[in-house]
Design a protein around this ligand. Structure first.
Ligand SMILES: NC(=O)C1=CN([C@@H]2O[C@H](COP(=O)(O)OP(=O)(O)OC[C@H]3O[C@@H](n4cnc5c(N)ncnc54)[C@H](OP(=O)(O)O)[C@@H]3O)[C@@H](O)[C@H]2O)C=CC1
Ligand SMILES: O=C1CO[C@H](CO)[C@@H](O)[C@@H]1O
Length: 270
């Protein structure tokens, strides 16, 4: 699996399986095992997805050893607000049946994030987390963390797809060599409504999903598409035998319209 070198020297697989809205049972176990069979070595979960037990079960029963898998989870907003980041990590580790995660993110920039960041730094020192990062932090919110912390975030996981490229947030991250992971890279399935992807896909003998994910990768963005269907998991992982031309990259760039599928990190309340 191809990797991207993070600002802490660790290599993060550029393709992962997202599991938001996958169940806490066999559906998720199967999806993860199919993903491993297809070459994925990276799983993206979160406490709020309520499926860390199933992810743990999948890891415990996989033929791929734990140390060859990149596992990301996230600290949910209530835990950040209630100053229980360290406790929440311990609970996640127990559900995940592991003694460390590869990447731990603060899920949203809520009150208490700077204090929570210091707890993440302590978790690194304690060997419970290899890399720490953020999710949904825009440029000003990132600056607050940089001002408060000693460790520069390794990753910022933000909504990113052809309709929303978040240039300001990405430029702030680039200035500190912070890698970007795209959430909802397939636009939560709505990419199927955009004819340009199918049109380009036909030229390469690939699918529309593969074109969208490849466009992300060629922009140096890590992708974590979600599917619970084996055929789609295989399809979404088959991204490394073609390259979009500069012209086709630009045709997709032109679709940008600042359209969010999720909340604006400056204006949310949950
Ligand atoms: N940090 C954050 O705040 C957030 C993080 N995330 C993370 O990002 C991951 C991905 O984002 P997500 O919102 O799930 O959406 P995606 O953009 O990955 O799209 C997933 C949807 O597309 C469908 N799909 C997947 N592959 C294909 C395909 N090849 N052809 C047609 N349809 C397809 C899936 O259906 P099916 O499963 O039925 O195949 C599902 O409905 C999440 O699972 C989560 O891990 C997501 C949201 C917010
Ligand atoms: O990752 C995510 C998906 O699920 C959550 C809600 O249940 C979102 O808020 C979040 O950003």
């Amino acid at each position: 699996m191809r990797t991207q070198k993070l600002n802490n020297g660790l290599e993060m697989p550029v393709l992962g399986l997202g599991v938001w809205q996958s169940d806490n049972g066999q559906e998720t176990v199967n999806a993860i095992h199919w993903a491993f069979d297809a070459g994925y070595r990276h799983i993206d979960t979160a406490r709020i997805y309520k499926n860390e037990e199933a992810v743990g079960k999948a890891l415990a029963t996989a033929t791929v050893p734990r140390d060859q898998v990149w596992l990301t989870t996230k600290i949910w907003n209530d835990d950040i607000r209630q100053a229980r980041t360290t406790a929440a990590l311990e609970e996640s580790l127990e559900r995940l049946q592991t003694d460390y995660v590869d990447l731990l993110l603060l899920h949203w920039p809520v009150d208490g994030s700077t204090r929570a960041w210091q707890e993440l730094e302590q978790a690194v020192a304690a060997g419970k987390v290899c890399s720490i990062g953020l999710s949904n932090f825009m440029d000003d919110q990132l600056q607050d963390i940089l001002n408060a912390g000693n460790i520069v975030p390794a990753v910022n996981q933000i909504e990113y797809h052809p309709y929303l490229v978040q240039a300001e947030a990405i430029s702030a991250c680039d200035a500190h060599d912070i890698a970007i992971t795209a959430w909802s890279p397939l636009m939560q399935g709505t990419f199927l409504e955009e004819p340009l992807f199918a049109e380009i896909a036909e030229d390469y003998g690939k699918t529309a999903a593969q074109v969208v994910l490849r466009w992300c990768l060629q922009n140096d963005i890590i992708v974590i598409p979600k599917s619970v269907h084996q055929k789609r998991i295989i399809e979404n992982g088959d991204l490394f035998d073609f390259e979009l031309t500069e012209k086709d990259m630009q045709r997709i760039d032109q679709l940008e319209r600042g359209k969010r599928l999720g909340p604006d990190p400056h204006d949310f309340d949950f």
